[in-house]
Design a binder for this molecule. Sequence first.
Ligand SMILES: [Zn+2]
Length: 144
Amino acid sequence: MKKRGAGNGESRKRRLTELHRYLSTLRNFMLLAHWELSVREGVDDDDSVLEVEVGDTLRHFTVSVGASFWTLTAQDQREYCVHELIHVHLEALEHALIDAVKAHLPDAAYQVALASHRRANEFATDALARACAEKFPLPSSALR
Ligand SMILES: [Zn+2]
């Protein structure tokens, strides 16, 4: 049986606040200072560590946190955070693809093109995050 006391909730809230502070710092380093940022607990895919959702029109993104994030090393937490912020920059490419081809392809072809784009985007984002994460500050121990 899990214990669910007020202290547990307070500690989770404190960690989310600290993650918001850390992502805000990285956001400024990564030239996303003009974007609004939200952080929330819970991911859509149970295997996800972090997920990012970028607003369609407003300059706003939400980072969702999976339970496994809190168990990572500081280096891995930083790399995951940088990865999600790179996705914010690259989101415009997906919108450009959708705008360019969705209306001109049969749905099956469009779905293949979108899936292919997303796979390539993920590989590129991973490589960029690995290449540049160490240039940014590590999160504090409050995130673990
Ligand atoms: Zn990703």
